[in-house]
Design a protein around this ligand. Structure first.
Ligand code: GDP
Ligand code: MG
Length: 444
């Protein structure tokens, strides 16, 4: 899934070839792709806008280091800025106040509040040796209190006894008393959620906040919520002033855009990340990892570095132009073969592109190694210019002549022509997508 984004970012390389200071045009060209990548990663539109503005102001006029291209330079700035915006240091839960320290867990229904409450309780018990009391304030779903009690038992943490008919605020006060009496260090208050942010939910949570004076208010949010994450974060933060965010379901195929959106809108750190249903599936937040996930970069930075050294940018640009026009003859194929060989063969290049294992295996099956690339290029060299531009005129007698001239076999010429037809088809398709370059070609 991330391949698409990588392709787009590597596409930046093809369009930026000059050296020196980054011009506004350079940066804008690159940022168009970055903007698209961010939107695909589910970053909210308004955040995309402010983020690209920040990158623009940092990038325009930046001196391009000698050994890198402008495209690489922009990618690096985008990456660094993403990490900075996500928060460059890991944040921990703050227990630094007089016990019992109250931690209020808030968020929409199904975001993972109850599960995360138990996960954090276990972590605090194991790591900080804290004595933790859990209390469910979810009076809406009868099973919710039972769910927390079961989880508490599972992790060996006490839960407040369930008393029917009490309001959320009453339960919270009872929890506070019980914690003081029982010598608990921490009380974790698990609240009820709603499918969407609404006034009744906010009022209830605000009342609980007023009654318990929590030291941490953790907003639990599903990483898969994408664009909605901004509204959720803003609503909870405006009303309650959250102290941190826990992003759940980062084990799924969330692209991490929610992390950036929520962080950007609230300025509050993502403190922890949920990575599964199991009780110990809770991790610290690593901004650089999430930045990579948002950009879908795979190992694009090293791809960028290696490819840029070797690919002739002008040729790449001419190639992109041809693709757009749907033209791709044997002469172009030869150029591509030579480029592939220079960057360490198909294997070398493809190994660096994320998610191309399948294509790689296909190439291996078709027995296309570096030696084959050379032989193919040699065969094309033995053709006349007319033949290169019009492969369809290559009938048996011409093929025989070419094979003899290049030391190859007619069978190989046939394979070459087949490969060319397939590539031309792909290029036509890609041309329609207005993308070009070798990265795009191999990633497809
Ligand atoms: P609440 O309504 O906010 O209290 O949500 P729950 O804690 O009851 O969680 C709802 C569902 O999400 C449960 O099935 C959890 O097991 C699941 N869940 C919670 N956190 C994660 C996570 O990080 N990853 C995955 N895959 N599932 C999670
Ligand atoms: Mg719950």
């Amino acid at each position: 899934m991330f391949d698409g984004l990588s392709q787009k970012l590597s596409g930046i390389l093809d369009s930026l070839t000059r050296r020196g200071a980054l011009s506004e045009d350079d940066v804008n060209t690159a940022l168009r792709e970055v903007r698209r990548a961010l939107l695909e990663a589910d970053v909210a539109l308004e955040v995309v806008r402010s983020f690209t503005d920040r990158v623009r102001s940092r990038a325009v006029g930046a001196e391009v280091v000698k050994s890198v291209t402008p495209g690489q330079m922009v990618v690096k700035i985008v990456h660094d800025e993403l990490v900075a915006m996500l928060g460059s240091e890991a944040e921990v839960i703050d227990l630094n106040t007089a016990p019992p320290v109250a931690i209020l867990m808030v968020g929409l229904q199904g975001s993972g509040k109850t599960t995360t409450t138990a996960k954090i309780a276990k972590r605090l018990t194991d790591k900080s040796k804290s004595k933790v009391l859990l209390a469910s304030l979810d009076t809406r779903r009868p099973a919710a209190m039972e769910q927390l009690a079961v989880l508490g038992k599972q992790v060996g943490v006490d839960t407040l006894p369930i008393v029917a008919g009490q309001s959320a605020v009453q339960i919270a006060k009872r929890a506070h008393e019980a914690a003081k009496l029982g010598g608990y260090d921490v009380i974790m208050l698990d609240t009820a959620g709603r499918v969407t942010v609404d006034e009744a939910l906010m009022t209830e949570v605000a009342e609980v906040k007023a009654a318990t004076n929590p030291h941490e208010i953790l907003l639990v949010a599903d990483a898969l919520t994408g664009q909605d994450a901004v509204n959720t974060a803003r609503a909870f933060d405006d009303r309650l002033g959250v102290t941190g965010i826990v992003l759940t379901r980062m084990d799924g195929d969330a692209r991490g855009g929610a992390a950036l959106s929520m962080r950007a809108v609230t300025g509050k750190p993502v403190k922890l990340v949920g990575t599964g249903e199991k009780i110990d599936a809770l991790e610290e937040f690593h901004p650089a990892r999430v930045a990579n996930r948002i950009l879908g970069m795979g190992d694009i930075v090293s791809l960028v570095e290696k490819a840029a050294e070797n690919i002739d940018h002008e040729k790449a640009q001419r190639m992109a132009e041809k693709m757009r026009k749907g033209k791709f003859d044997l002469e172009d194929l030869r150029d591509q073969l030579i480029q592939m060989e220079r960057i360490g063969g198909i294997g070398g290049l493809m190994g660096m592109l994320p998610g191309v294992a399948k294509a790689k295996a296909q190439m291996a099956n078709a027995n296309i190694g570096e030696n084959v690339l050379k032989r193919m290029a040699a065969a094309i060299d033995s053709m006349t210019p007319k033949e290169r531009r019009n492969p369809e005129i290559l009938k048996a007698s011409r093929k025989k002549r070419i094979a003899a001239g290049s030391g190859t076999k007619v069978e190989e010429i046939n394979k070459l022509l087949k490969m060319h037809r397939q590539m031309a088809d792909v290029m036509k398709m890609m041309g329609r997508n207005k993308r070009g370059g070798i990265g795009g070609m191999l990633g497809n």
